[in-house]
Design a protein around this ligand. Sequence first.
Ligand code: ACO
Length: 432
Amino acid sequence: MAAPTPVGTAKLEIDGVVHELPVVIGSQGERAIDISRLRAETGYITLDDGYGNTGSCVSDITYIDGENGILRYRGIAIEDLAEKRSSFVETAWLLMFGKLPNEEERTRFAALLSDNAALHHDMNKHFDAFPANGHPMAIMSSMINAMGTFHRPRIVDDETFLLAAARLLSRVRSIAAASYKASIGEPLIYPRPDLSYVRNLLHMMFSVPYNEFEPSHEASRALNLFFVLHADHEQNCSTSTVRMVASSKANLYAACSAGVSALWGPLHGGANMEVIQMLQRIQADGTSIPDIINQVKDKKSGVKLMGFGHRVYRNFDPRAKILKKAADDLLESMHVNDPLLPLAKELEEAALADDYFVERKLYPNVDFYSGIILRALGIPLDMFTVMFAIGRTPGWIANWKEVNDNPEQRIYRPRQIYTGAPDQLWVPRSQR
Ligand code: ACO
């Protein structure tokens, strides 16, 4: 990871004193004022609630140009990965190691994923202890963290990292399937070493001991694409969480377990579930599209158009474009007529023609159409964000590695501006 190139200085005047701050530039021309010496030199910190203007790190992994709707993993455009049908497994390697795997690397990684798919027998017992209706994101976060009690990851070089990464990437899939099986009271299905990553997940979710599930080619291709498009997205809420935890030198599983928790929220990965629930509500209540648009425009309603808007994209989200077409293709190939798809398109069209959305540059994000694909694949609503988490795991792992590999990495520790009570004395209980 190369340090960004200094290209000049910015001047900041405080109380009549001018301070010079280095201006640095990334490999794609994005500029930043390096304030790492600001407090030491001036006594001031910057205030940026929600980090909208803060570059929290330097990274080589993923590039986003939100103004132009560009997303690249290690320099490769996601449109290219989608068109060339890059597998999720090789995309994971690309994110973790910076280049697409050659045949030998890909075969070895696939074998490691197969060899490490089964959960430790004692881990399987945990599923019996969660309530049947417990949310699978809570189960996933707990189980990933619990993995650290069964396999303490000792990562000292690329080999030990690869084993820990393969174990995690393979087992998030087994954990997801097992939590689903537990929730519907079916026996756990063991992974099959002869199946690809995606087919194995569908097998563990939908096979039963007396009936092997055979997904169609189109179904596994669509789920592969879903995973590839979710694989990384630079410093989003969950990835920043993973990096934050990693910076304290916590292990890979602890950091990714925290990532799952951050992803769960409805403003982040939980939005894919919320979009479908919103569409279902509109359909059930018979609310008109103009009424919905008016509702989400009214701040007092507290309702948002789920699957719309993004902190970074102020133009279209390239993933949404690809997923919209993929939803069309999948439904057509499966001869599925999902009324939520035309409803979503109608809603998108109405929003994009409305000044409120135009002025605020709000476009459909990755979650707007992804749920339609997951529904067609038979994935239950509660599992939508779990699917996102499986897809995002390579990005979390790659970011954990980047933090861990950096010998100059300091612990993440932002500051704050305190606005609470001043100095106060402790009052005995009887006098309160
Ligand atoms: N519906 C209605 N209004 C919206 C929406 C929306 N979906 N998104 C943003 N706005 C409005 C805001 O109210 C704000 O209006 P204002 O300027 O009048 O105050 C303006 O657009 C700017 O939005 P912010 O909230 O400042 O945008 P922010 O970058 O903080 O939040 C977020 C981004 C969380 C994605 C937001 O757009 C949102 O809540 N969207 C719906 C939830 C969603 O789809 N989340 C998934 C995001 S993708 C992902 O994480 C995988």
